[in-house]
Ligand binder design. Structure first.
Ligand SMILES: *[C@@H]1O[C@H](CO)[C@@H](O)[C@H](O)[C@H]1NC(C)=O
Ligand SMILES: *[C@@H]1O[C@H](CO)[C@@H](O)[C@H](O)[C@H]1NC(C)=O
Ligand SMILES: *[C@@H]1O[C@H](CO)[C@@H](O)[C@H](O)[C@H]1NC(C)=O
Ligand SMILES: *[C@@H]1O[C@H](CO)[C@@H](O)[C@H](O)[C@H]1NC(C)=O
Ligand SMILES: [Zn+2]
Length: 513
């Protein structure tokens, strides 16, 4: 029943009219409003404000056409590499045209790498273990040790190992040497057909990680191999279009055939000499700097000595040693807060020692480990290694952004070490979308069965960036890799100039295809 007669009808009409009008208005304006939101979000994205030259726009068009086609196809087949475990995704990634373009793209620098996780382990097995005087021993747990010595050492310091066997003799008695060599390769990486089964939790995979390090330690710390390893690292990254590296290094003793060992200064000098030689042979190569690091399992009293060592090395090699960091499984190690006394030594003594802390490489929110992000900020870390948990700390995030302190995002590492399984859900998605300072790196590509930096760039571009992140973001990431490096201002300028030349060539070729 209608109450109020005609005046009620008039009110109803007015209401209907208002609804109709608002429909018409929003139908007209929804596209405009969306356009404005799209434009705003595009500007907020990392690199969103870069202006591309005409040729870059053309190259971008080519790249984005391929990218959109690949993602659209993946939505049909439901086979999208960034959402799959890297061990299974790798082959698919290698079939991607986008991946091949990224491989050719000058990516700048890799700022988060560890000393012996950089070189394809094939080389360790097929080259290093075939060198004269290489000995092997087997532990009851099935892990391996190696040493170079002459004559064959009789006894072992580690009593849990069998006697040393000359590898040449051991191989001579094998039925199938290829099979043995393949087992060594398996020993030296985390790669396996069924990673979910092999590594049920993070501790299991970190245990294997540590066993790899122990297995290769005797190989890579043999002086001639040590130098070759450095050279190979530079080569592999150089071939992957990376022209500058910063390595976290433990600087454990390097030994000679007669058992004589060298100290940390010797090792720094070896890095310096090999990098200088490499730069001489490859003029576009910008070199290498070291971040002296110690293990976060160590007692706080011992870390005081490491901080002093870092200060000493930086004083002796100011353009080679960039600073200090703590490495190892964060969840089970000491926190930065535990180490505060050691870490405050430089500032109390008025000495500059830049920090490059791994922090927030954890899924456990609100724990003392998660709070490493707070202490990394308070201790003025120059960059944050991973910062995986950063989005859970809005105040830290805000301050880091304001101080322009970047996170070092290593997607393949985060996935393999079980922090996140589908890289579309990596926390860097939101950070990239809001232009938070970041660089991309590959952590320990050799142990993950990766190589160089391109696999991580692929995961970022396709998985973390999503459908519409374009060449601007890639360009900004490359620029960031120098901007946030420990290069001196004059070195930065030179590196950027060198990179830009290569970039323009790359763009020219991509635009032409
Ligand atoms: C082993 O590697 C070294 C250094 O990269 C190289 O000079 C040598 O030719 C390699 N040897 C073999 C047998 O591949
Ligand atoms: C040795 O092992 C490899 C790898 O398992 C295999 O492909 C090859 O056929 C084997 N060779 C012989 C002679 O059995
Ligand atoms: C490591 O190598 C040894 C010796 O060949 C082998 O017995 C063991 O199964 C290997 N471990 C893995 C994980 O492949
Ligand atoms: C960090 O930087 C601030 C501002 O420059 C300074 O006051 C503080 O002492 C620094 N802290 C450390 C531990 O170096
Ligand atoms: Zn790391």
């Amino acid at each position: 029943m209608l109450a109020g007669g005609s005046s009620g009808r008039a009110a109803l009409l007015a209401l209907l009219l208002a609804v109709a009008l608002s429909c018409v208005c929003s139908a007209v304006s929804i596209d405009e409003a969306r356009k404005q939101l799209f434009a705003r979000e595009k500007m907020m994205r990392l690199g969103g404000q870069l202006l591309l030259r005409k040729e870059e726009e053309e190259a971008n068009g080519k790249l984005m056409t391929l990218k959109k086609a690949e993602i659209t196809k993946a939505m049909e087949t439901q086979k999208f590499p960034p959402s799959m475990h890297f061990f299974r995704a790798k082959e698919l990634i290698e079939q991607s045209e986008v991946f091949h373009i990224l491989k050719k793209m000058p990516k700048g620098a890799a700022l988060h790498l560890h000393d012996f996780g950089t070189v394809d382990v094939d080389w360790l097995v097929k080259n290093v273990t075939y060198r004269p005087h290489c000995h092997i021993c087997f532990t009851p747990r099935g892990t391996l040790q190696f040493t170079f010595a002459h004559p064959t050492p009789s006894s072992l310091k580690q009593d849990y190992c069998s006697k040393w066997i000359l590898l040449k003799n051991y191989r001579r008695n094998l039925k199938n040497v290829t099979e043995f060599d393949n087992s060594l390769i398996r020993n030296f990486t985390l790669v396996t057909k069924n990673p979910e089964l092999a590594y049920q939790d993070q501790s299991a995979i970190w245990a294997k990680f540590d066993s790899i390090f122990q297995a290769i330690s005797g190989l890579v710390h043999y002086a001639p191999v040590f130098r070759d390893y450095i050279s190979r690292s530079l080569e592999e990254f150089y071939l992957d279009k990376v022209i500058y590296l910063e390595l976290r290094v433990l600087l454990l003793p390097v030994y000679e055939l007669n058992g004589k060992t060298h100290d940390q200064e010797w090792s720094v000098r070896a890095y310096q000499e090999v990098a200088a030689q490499f730069a001489k042979d490859h003029p576009e190569f910008m070199g290498l700097k070291l971040i002296y690091s110690d293990h976060r399992t160590k007692d706080p009293a011992l870390i005081k000595a490491s901080v002093r060592m870092a200060m000493e090395l930086r004083r002796a090699f100011p353009d080679m040693v960039a600073g200090f960091d703590l490495v190892g499984h964060e969840d089970t190690g000491h926190t930065l807060y535990d180490y505060q006394e050691a870490l405050l030594i430089p500032s109390l003594e008025g000495v500059t020692l830049p920090y490059f802390f791994h922090a927030g490489e954890t899924d456990w929110r609100g724990t003392s480990v998660d709070n490493n992000l707070l202490d990394a900020l308070i201790l003025n870390s120059t960059r944050i290694g991973h910062g995986f948990a950063l989005s859970k700390h809005p105040a830290v995030m805000e301050d880091l952004r304001q101080r322009d302190v970047p996170i070092e995002v290593c997607p393949v590492s985060n996935q393999v070490l079980k922090l996140v399984s589908d890289l579309r859900n990596h926390p860097a998605v939101a950070l990239l979308a809001t232009g938070h300072p970041m660089v991309i790196s590959s952590d320990d590509p050799a142990f993950f069965g990766a190589k160089g930096l391109t696999y991580d760039f692929y995961e970022v571009f396709m998985g973390i960036g999503g459908m519409d992140t374009d060449l601007r973001t890639l360009k900004q990431l490359a620029i960031n890799s120098f901007k946030y490096s420990a290069l001196l201002p004059s070195e930065k300028k030179n590196a950027l100039w060198t990179w830009e030349k290569a970039w323009n060539t790359f763009i020219g070729e991509l635009a032409k295809t």
